[in-house]
Structure formats: C-alpha cells, structure tokens
Design a protein around this ligand. Structure first.
Ligand SMILES: Cc1ncc(C[n+]2csc(CCOP(=O)(O)OP(=O)(O)O)c2C)c(N)n1
Ligand SMILES: [Mg+2]
Length: 344
C-alpha cells in the first residue's frame, strides 16, 4: 500500500467514526436511540490505527466506547445503527444497544457494560488462540480508568507469564493539563508504567496521530505474532466527547431536582471538573482528523478535493445507515428469549 493509499484509507475510516458519532448523538437526542449513546470524538485515530494493523482472523474486544472500536474493525454501519435503534436488523437483533453487542463476523467478540470485563476476555481469547495454534492476536481497548479494576492486573500478569498473543491498547484521555496523566485517580504516572510492572513491554504514543498509532501497532502485532508475548500501547488523546449521553441526562435531572441546575456548562463543570462543554481550543489541535488532513496536504499525498470527496461519500453512507435503521422493523416480542437461554 502506498503512503497515499494508507493515509486516505485511514482518513475515510476515521471520518466514518466521526460522522457515525454525530448521527448517533442526534438520533439519541430525537429518542430514536434508546438506552444511551457513548461517542468517541477525538479518539478515532486509536482504534482505526490499530485495527488497520490486524489480520482477518484476529479478535477485537472494544472499550465501553465500543461503537467506534467496532466500526474501526469493519462493522457495517447500517447493522450497528439498527442495533442502536433497537431494530430487528441490528447486529444482535436490537437486544443489545451500544453496550451489549458483538459482530462475530468481524472478530468483534463483544462489547460489555462492565468496565474492564473485556480485558480478561481478550486475554482468554489469546490463550485459546495459543492452545488451538491459530496464529490469531487478540486486542483489548480500554480507557485509563479501567486500570483500577483488579482483573486488569490479573489479566496482565497471566498474559505476561504465559507470553500470550495479546495487544493491550490503553486509551488515556485523562485531562492532559494535569502534572501527571493519571493523577486524578491513580498514583502511577502513566498507563504504560502500570503494564511495565507486570513485565510487559509498554510504550506511550500520541493517540491523536493515526499514522504513529498504526506504525506502532503494526510493529507490536508483528512481535506478538512471532511469539514475543503481550505488548501494551498507551495512546494519549484529548477527551473531546461526553462520558455518555444518558449519564449526562441523569445528572442534569439530578441537578434540576436539587434546584442547583444553572446551565449545562456549570453542571458539567461541577460533575467532572476539568471537562468543559466545549473542549478548550488548544485541545482541538489534538483532533486526529485535522492532524491527518494537515499531514496529507502538506506532504501532497492528496488534494483537498480528494478529502472532500471522501467526506461526501461517508456522509451519504451514514445517511443510508440512519434510513436503514429507521425503516427496519421492531423486534418481535415472541423472540425476546432468543440467544438468552441455551438452546432457544
Ligand atoms: C465495573 C464498573 N464500574 C463502574 C462502571 C461505570 N463506568 C462507566 S464508564 C466509567 C469510566 C470510564 O473511564 P475510562 O475507562 O477512562 O473511559 P473513558 O470514559 O474516559 O473513555 C465508569 C466508572 C462500569 N461500567 N463498570
Ligand atoms: Mg478516560
């Protein structure tokens, strides 16, 4: 693949995640999406860069922002949007929504609402690949707060001990202005430091630069495939998105009942301190899409018209996904137990 082909493929995929997020948030606002919607604006470079380094048979265990991770792996936006709309045509028949779906055809073995649950499962999938000698690599995506669950350390210890073929991708979007990146909730100064104590090779990369993420992930996966054992990639980025739409609504309601609700901005500041309604201007410099656009144009890999054509194409694809989801049938109530009980 030439530099131009790689850059444009990564751009298309990142723009797909961004556009899907915008459509998903809008549909949540119109109450077409039930439950919640958790976007990943500003983190697109991480799953897109990593997934572009994987083979077909590899497994992906997304983070709680699994919509983006799954799209990065190749999930059909129509089936995913239909899932979020709770429709029969959705990935898991409309039963799961944004926090409980899988796309086995693309090796996405499950998104789980329980923080860090995907880390031991990815480790187990890596063990299964080792036992069955399939050559597959398992990847787990998780945020910085996921490292405070005990099972995170049990998993990393096991993977290191058994030299399992697993790539841990830590998405560090903790406020970047703090003296230490994890200072708000963890005394360790980085996610990479937490992996190192388990004897796992770990590095911290700029998670807003998709070309760097892709290159480092490709190098890591290459070593893993050669039997070198697990690798940990800490990807730093800016929190451009909200915790989740439903959490925001719940907190707003809580504030209103307490008679303290003044404005969305004040509310959000009081709840999550450092994250404003709109990210500070300098954070936007860390927008992975803008970064790649600048790279492509300054290195003359493509013209602005090429990028505009990709954006228009993706916009149409997402419009079709929303229309597909809206037009799809509701699930049949009699099928509610399908996939819930063994043999049904
Ligand atoms: C076991 C468990 N505890 C708590 C929660 C509630 N929860 C959902 S997201 C979240 C924080 C996630 O932070 P991080 O891993 O940094 O991801 P980010 O939101 O920054 O992408 C928590 C505590 C949960 N889902 N599961
Ligand atoms: Mg985080």
């Amino acid at each position: 693949m030439t530099d131009r082909e790689l850059a444009l493929a990564l751009y298309r995929r990142m723009y797909l995640l961004r556009t899907f997020d915008q459509a998903g948030a809008a549909a949540y606002g119109r109450k077409e999406i039930h439950g919640t919607y958790r976007g990943s604006r500003g983190q697109e470079a991480i799953p897109v860069g990593v997934c572009a380094a994987l083979n077909d048979g590899d497994f992906v265990f997304p983070s709680l922002r699994g919509v983006g991770d799954s799209l990065a792996r190749g999930t059909d936006p129509r089936l995913l949007m239909a899932e979020l709309f709770g429709k029969r045509t959705g990935l898991v028949g409309g039963r799961g929504g944004s926090l409980h779906f899988a796309d086995v055809a693309h090796g996405v073995l499950g998104v789980f609402a329980v923080l860090t649950a995907n880390v031991p499962l990815a480790t187990g999938a890596a063990l299964a690949a080792r036992v069955a000698n399939t050559g597959a690599t398992a990847v787990a995506f998780f945020g910085d707060r996921a490292t405070n669950e005990g099972v995170f350390h049990e998993s990393l210890n096991t993977a290191a001990l058994l030299k399992l073929p697993v790539l841990y991708v830590g998405i560090n979007n903790a406020p970047q202005d703090a003296d230490t990146s994890l200072g708000e909730h963890t005394a360790a100064e980085s996610m990479a430091a937490l992996a190192s104590v388990h004897g796992i090779a770990a590095e911290t990369v700029d998670g807003t630069d998709v070309l760097t993420v892709h290159a480092r992930a490709a190098a890591a996966v290459d070593l893993i495939r050669k039997g070198g054992g697990p690798i940990f990639l800490e990807c730093r980025c800016f929190p451009l998105d909200e915790p989740s739409r439903a959490e925001m609504d719940a907190w707003k309601e809580e504030m209103r009942r307490a008679g303290q609700y003044t404005s969305m901005l004040a509310f959000k500041k009081s709840k999550i301190g450092t994250v404003d309604l709109e990210p500070p201007a300098h954070w936007l410099l860390g927008d992975p899409l803008r970064k790649l656009e600048q790279h492509v144009l300054s290195h003359e890999l493509a013209a602005e018209t090429d990028l505009a054509a990709i954006r228009a194409d993706v916009q149409r694809e997402i419009e079709r996904a929303v229309a597909f989801a809206r037009d799809s049938a509701e699930p049949d109530a009699s099928s509610a137990a399908v996939g819930v009980f063994a043999g049904v």
